[in-house]
Design a protein around this ligand. Structure first.
Ligand code: SF4
Length: 447
């Protein structure tokens, strides 16, 4: 049962020492009751009080970590229903499903390209997180061979899929010492599956026909000593999956209902069609693990990008380091283009210039991670700041033509910049990055 802020306050030292970053113990207690801070932020809580507060301070959705060969995938520890309330923390792991009726060569042929697939998105390398091996033959030997073959081809964490404890045991022997996720315990096999999970220190997924039955199962399995649980909300169509996932998340966050306070797993391919759309739904609402049947680049690319966009802090723009960047080996006579350090802005400009083959210097001004117009409107991208960065990054030492090209959206800055940088020629470039190559070829080449 969750404690109220006042109940928590009574267990705190009540010295108002401010070491936790809050002005009073009461303020800290209120934040703790709202799950917005960790109990560890107060270094003065007694052991007895800690024990009493443990339940209240535990995250409403348990953190579950799968590990293998130095790689790990984390799910859970989320604190909000909607990203804009704060942020989502742990990106759902994307796993590729491999079935054990494939030949060992076919398994390698599916795993190897998915393992190597990488998307570089605004300077970040995005990859899949692991593989899920499913027993469809029901043969422990075939499952064990499939798991071993997958493990030979990838070092990433695994999910093992079988409802038969004997088959699951054979798969676990093939990856002894790892912490995979076992899918799944149900009403008929939960005791044997819980025993396997406990023996191998593996996480265990739970599946049932209703939320009530799921909650009942997690309590029984927890009583057997297995704490790292994952829930299959059931329902493979858009509506059922969305409704159940939302109900589970709400119960965990708003009612602090511990029996459903676990990460979710989704199988978008099980519906037979619309795998991509169901996968997007699962990423947004609220899967911790997403098992995909297709490993095609045209599916993985957008999923990796949309996951990256959803699991970033909405209050912190993705930034690149301000500085002077070289594109296509520029010479001192080549132009200096100016932009801001919002990563999408930077990569839009850099990619257009790079793919044109034209050499240029790119001055990335420190605009606190905002795009050109937003930064200008917020007073973070003005003539004074650009002139300061021209000097700070030693632009004049690298070039012989003192010419700067401003983004067209901030043409209004050109007069002020001429005053800030006497002796420099300030040109106004196009508004859109896509028009830069033509501008460089047709306008700059003729001045
Ligand atoms: S650190 Fe602990 S004792 Fe100090 S103000 Fe915060 S809650 Fe109170």
């Amino acid at each position: 049962m969750a404690l109220s802020g006042i109940q928590i306050y009574k267990l705190l030292p009540q010295t108002n020492c401010k070491d936790c970053g809050f002005p009073t113990c009461l303020a800290f207690a209120m934040k703790l009751a709202a799950k917005q801070v960790e109990l560890a932020a107060c270094p003065h809580v007694t052991a007895a009080a800690k024990a009493q507060l443990a339940e209240s301070s535990a995250p409403p959705i348990r953190l579950v970590t799968l590990k293998a060969n130095g790689n790990s995938v984390k799910a859970g520890n989320e604190t909000v229903l909607f990203r804009h309330e704060k942020t989502f923390f742990n990106k759902p792991g994307l796993f590729i499903r491999i079935k054990d009726d494939l030949s060992l060569d076919d398994i390698k042929a599916k795993v190897a390209p998915a393992e190597a697939f990488k998307v570089n998105y605004v300077g970040i390398d995005l990859t899949v997180d692991g593989f899920a091996v499913e027993s469809v033959t029901g043969d422990p030997g075939a499952f064990s061979r499939a798991v071993s073959t997958v493990r030979e081809t990838t070092h990433r964490p695994l999910i093992l899929i079988s409802r038969d404890p004997a088959v699951m045991s054979a798969g676990l022997q093939a990856v002894d010492g790892e912490n995979p996720l076992l899918y799944a315990a149900d009403a008929t096999n939960w005791e044997a599956m819980a025993a396997l999970a406990k023996q191998h220190q593996a996480a265990l997924a739970v599946t049932a026909d209703s939320l009530e039955a799921s909650a009942d199962l997690t309590e029984k399995i927890k009583a057997k000593g297995v704490e790292d649980l994952v829930l299959d909300p059931g329902g493979r169509d858009f509506a059922t999956r969305l409704i159940r996932s939302t109900q589970i998340r709400r119960l965990a966050l708003k009612k602090n209902f511990r029996p459903l306070g676990y990460p979710l797993i989704a199988f978008p391919g099980d519906a037979g069609e619309n795998e991509s759309m169901l996968a997007v739904q699962a990423i947004a609402k609220y899967a911790g693990f997403v098992v995909l049947d297709s490993a095609d680049p045209e599916l993985l690319y957008p999923l990796l990008v949309i996951r990256q966009n959803i699991y970033t802090d909405p209050q912190k723009p993705i930034q690149v380091q301000p500085g002077l960047y070289e594109i296509n080996n520029p010479k001192p006579t080549d132009p200096v283009l100016v932009t801001t350090n919002f990563s999408i802005t930077y990569f839009s400009v850099a990619n257009e210039v790079e793919s044109s083959g034209l050499p240029a210097w790119l001055l990335v001004a420190d605009a606190e991670g905002m795009s050109v117009l937003t930064a200008w409107a917020a007073g973070k991208f003005d003539a004074e700041r650009i002139a300061k960065d021209v000097k700070a990054f030693g632009v004049a030492d690298k070039i012989s033509n003192k010419r700067l090209v401003l983004p067209g959206h901030v043409a209004v800055l050109s007069g002020e910049l001429e005053e800030e940088l006497p002796g420099w020629e300030i040109r106004v470039g196009p508004r859109e990055a896509v028009d830069l190559p033509r501008f460089m070829k047709e306008v700059l080449a003729n001045v």
